[in-house]
Design a protein around this ligand. Structure first.
Ligand code: PGA
Length: 251
């Protein structure tokens, strides 16, 4: 089935309120590409202000993480209903920088995904192998275990996207071969079809890791790739829009 292309910017721990003009430029230009869904995920502190702009110019804003509980004594954390309250409609869960840097397990990621879906958010759930696993030819097996452990039981293909992000490709300028990307995306879809049936065909699988304006057309054209999760190249309109344009061309 035809799946709409989806290009998501993950601003990580970058971007003060002064950067919202850049987001506005991205949202406005993205309107010209109606076949592509575009979202930006800034830090919690600017979600409210960016969402106000997004309401005006028709953009989509997301969070980069959420707590599995809706509220409670969790100092420093932000819940899924809080993201909704701030104006977000999507959230990234299970990014490798959370899995590795904050010791998040597959169970944690699944609980966050369940909480986000219950709050009405769409979810981008990240998986991906470290370099040693890729070099030992175990990448597909490793990622399918992450998929088995972290994809919520309340599978909703319209509101759940998977982002395959090899850890060694994030922020390094390295990317897997197109054959490796296609094989991984096909394996992920196959595993979810085994578990959830034909609905897995509707779910979008994004590639992430060193996507830029020069390699986007190639990566987005690989088999079973429905979009991109973009870090460094999502911080400015000048770098991000060529990726959106590449997605629109492949439409
Ligand atoms: P990168 O990051 O595009 O800077 O490699 C991707 C990501 O971590 O989502």
């Amino acid at each position: 089935m035809a799946r709409r292309k989806y290009v998501v910017g993950n601003w990580k721990m970058n971007g003060l309120h002064g950067a919202i003009a850049e987001a506005e430029a991205i949202f406005v230009a993205a309107q010209a590409h109606s076949a592509v869904d575009v979202a930006l995920c800034p830090s919690f502190t600017v979600i409210g202000a960016m969402a106000a702009v997004a309401r005006r110019v028709k953009g989509t804003v997301g969070g980069q993480d959420c707590h599995p509980a809706a509220s409670g004594a969790f100092t420093g954390s932000v819940s899924a209903p809080m993201l909704v309250d701030a104006g977000a409609s999507v959230v990234i869960v299970g990014h490798s920088e959370r899995r590795e840097g904050f010791d998040e397990s597959d169970d944690d990621v699944r609980a966050k995904g369940e909480a986000a879906l219950a709050a009405g958010l769409s979810v981008i759930l990240c998986v991906g192998e470290p370099l040693a696993v890729r070099e030992s030819d175990g990448a597909i097996e490793y990622v399918l275990l992450q998929i088995a452990g972290s994809v919520p039981e309340t599978f909703d293909p319209q509101r759940l996207a998977i982002a395959y992000e090899p850890i060694w490709a994030i922020g390094t300028g390295l990317v897997p071969t197109l054959d490796d990307v296609a094989a991984m995306h096909g394996a992920i879809r196959g595993a979810l079809a085994d578990r959830f049936g034909a609905a897995a065909d509707e779910m979008r699988i994004l590639y992430g890791g060193s996507v830029n304006g020069d390699n986007a057309a190639e990566l987005l054209g690989a088999g079973d790739v429905d979009g991109a999760l973009v870090g460094g190249a999502s911080l400015t309109a000048a770098k991000f829009l060529p990726i959106v344009e590449a997605a629109a061309t492949l439409g």
